[in-house]
Structures are given as C-alpha cells and as structure tokens.
Write a protein that binds this ligand. Structure first.
Ligand code: SF4
Length: 375
C-alpha cells in the first residue's frame, strides 16, 4: 500500500477526502511499533503494516500520553519500593516527610511583598479595619473580628494574623500600635509591653534568633494544628463547622446560590477551591493566586480594587467632562475634584451607589461585602 493509502486509513471521519488529500502533500506521519499505538490501533485510526503503525502528527499526542503514563507508573512502583529505605536517611527523611506540606509559591515577607501587585505599600494600623472588610480572606477577617470582639488572640491566632499583616505591609512600629490599641482595651499598656511586645518584635526578626518570619501559606494553615477551645486560627473551610461558614459567607455578601457553590467544595474537602470560589463571588473574577496563600488573596483583591478604581475614575471624569461641555460648572467644584470622590464612594463601601453605576459592566462587577462588616 502506498502513502496515499496510509493516509486514507488515517483520515478522520469529519474530514472529506478532498480536504484530506490537500493536507496529504505536506503533513508528516510517524512509523512506530504498533505496541506503542494500541489505543489508535484499537479504534482503527492508523494504518498497520509489518508490525508498525503509521501515525499522523496530529494523533501523536495519544502515543506520548500513553508513554508518559507507562513511565510514570513504572517510576512510582520503583519509588514505593525504595521509600522505606530512603525515609531512614536522616538527611532525606524529613525533606520527603514535609514535601506534601511544602509551599513553593510566592513568598510574602516585606521583600517578597514589594514585588507583587497591590503589595509593597506601607499599611497603617488605622487602615486595617477597612482592608479587613474589602480584601482579607475569611481566615484573616475571622481573626480580625475575634480580635475586635475579645481584644485578645491566643498564640496561634497572633502568629497567623500577625505574620499576615506583616506580609501586607504593616511595619513593626505600626504593628505595635495596632496590637496595643486592641489589647489595651482589656489590659494596661505596661502589661501589653511586658507580655506581647517581645513576640511582635520577634516576628519581625528584631528579637531572639532574628529570623525574618514569613506569613503562613494555605497548606500550612490547613494542615497545621487545629484550633482548640478559645482559639480562632486555622482555615475556616477546614476548621469551622459548616453552619458558621455559611453564616460568614452570607455576611460577606454572597448570594445563597454562591454560598452553596462554596459549600459544595467544603463538603468535598476542597478547602482551597472553596476559598477561590468565595473570592470569585466577591470580586467577579477568579485568580490562580487565591487559595494558595492568604496574602495572595489580599494582593489579588487589592489589584482588582485598584483596577476598578481607575476604571471608575476615568469613566466618571469622562462623564463630568462631557457634562461640562453642555452645562456651566457649579462654582467651587471641578470635574477633577468630583471624580475621585465619586470613585472612592463607589469602591469603598458605597455598594448601593456603585451597583447602579456599575450595572451591566463586566469590568465593574460588584465587589461583595465591602464595608458591610469585618468578616
Ligand atoms: Fe485562608 Fe487559605 Fe483557608 Fe482561604 S484557603 S481561608 S486564604 S487559609
């Protein structure tokens, strides 16, 4: 059988003979042992001759996938056999033991944060309430709420929340102001300094071994020690009961169908996917950075807020300029004065006003729960 006959066998049923002939003159095909193309042979999608299959380039993927699967399977069997011996090795054992908990994504210390969108800005203690309402993931807004309610967090919560705040740009001095302001509602400033200031400076590498600690990743939080009585650290999707999660999601402005979508992931124990769905519901878009790291959630949220603020400012300024063309300006005001203020109102807490302004615009989908409360 000649090459044309080979191609006739390989022709997909959706392709006409004329189309196939047109491609035949310049499409290569590959001759491989038929045992490497069993799937194609089983479906009669290749020409066979002398123990070889003649495979068109567009069907080569099936062979590569089969080969990869076979190699992976063989390697996994070998790895499983070698594992007990390797785990005995004091150098490799701990590395392998921690591998499933390792976080390989972006780091969010003051240095890592400065390279990321929405981060690198210095955050003031006075900004935290507002940011908790707009851009914190559920784990951190839960900690913030508990801190406000009880004027205290236990060690696990202080570590998780304190390092997160460090990662969003709260410097040491502002961190001391922030924690002192909350804790001294129930204790004297002297007690605060004596019991807690050291730990805060320690987190910033100013005490003890002076390590520059970085914020916890989602995997670390989810697989870490579960919160005990009186503790509120951890991942809500993993560690809270489902009723509490549902209530919190509704408080953050999610509609009931959106809540159910998140809860489906919680029930199937896909906690990081649940976080991502919650983010999508609140921000109107998904992001690969979310569900990996709480600071990734924050920086993505800030990026989206900043982009929408710019869009809204530009739109409002253009509308004001157009209006100014047909009407005299109100004394004491100007388009440039009014636009940013209107934009800020639309973006920060002015949910009703902004919903009207944004209606029908995908670029300006409503940001749920902004300023509603501090969940
Ligand atoms: Fe926080 Fe990560 Fe859990 Fe989201 S998935 S709530 S960011 S720990």
């Amino acid at each position: 059988m000649g090459l044309k006959a080979v191609w006739a066998v390989a022709r997909p049923s959706a392709t006409t003979e004329a189309e196939w002939d047109a491609r035949f003159s310049h499409e290569p095909f590959f001759r491989v042992p038929f045992t490497q193309a069993l799937d194609l042979v089983a479906h009669r999608r290749v020409y066979l001759s002398g123990g070889f299959a003649y495979v068109p380039r567009e069907r080569l993927t099936a062979i590569i996938v089969a080969r990869f699967r076979a190699e992976l399977s063989r390697s996994l069997v070998l790895a499983a056999k070698a594992l007990p011996a390797v785990l005995q090795d004091e150098r490799l054992g701990p590395v392998l033991g921690n591998m499933s908990r390792a976080y390989l994504g972006a780091q969010y210390g003051p240095d890592g944060a400065s390279a990321r969108a929405g981060a690198g800005k210095q955050v003031k203690a006075a900004d935290v309430d507002r940011l908790a309402g707009t851009s914190f993931p559920l784990c951190m807004s839960g900690l913030h709420r508990a801190l406000r309610e009880h004027s205290h967090l236990k060690h696990g919560g202080r570590m998780q929340y304190g390092l997160f705040l460090k990662g969003i740009g709260l410097g040491l001095e502002e961190a001391l102001v922030f924690w002192q302001a909350h804790f001294t509602r129930k204790m004297s400033a002297e007690d605060f300094v004596k019991k807690y200031a050291y730990n805060i400076r320690h987190n910033y590498g100013k005490e003890g071994k002076r390590a520059d600690y970085t914020p916890f990743s989602c995997v670390k939080i989810i697989t870490g020690t579960a919160p005990g009585a009186g503790e509120v650290h951890g991942c809500p999707y993993r560690h809270w009961d489902q009723t509490a999660v549902r209530t919190a999601l509704l408080s953050r402005g999610l509609a009931p169908p959106q809540v159910e979508r998140v809860m489906d992931s919680v029930k199937s124990r896909d906690y990081q996917i649940a976080c991502r769905r919650e983010f999508e519901a609140r921000h109107g878009e998904d992001s690969d950075e979310v569900g990996q790291h709480p600071n990734g959630y924050y920086s993505e949220s800030q990026r989206i807020h900043a982009a929408r603020l710019t869009t809204t400012t530009t739109t409002t300024a253009a509308a004001a300029a157009a209006a100014a063309g047909g009407a005299a300006p109100v004394p004491g005001t100007s388009a440039s004065d009014g636009a940013p203020a209107a934009a800020m109102a639309a973006t920060e807490g002015g949910v009703d006003a902004s919903d009207k302004a944004r209606a029908g615009s995908a670029a300006a989908a409503p940001l749920r729960g902004e300023g509603d409360d501090d969940w």
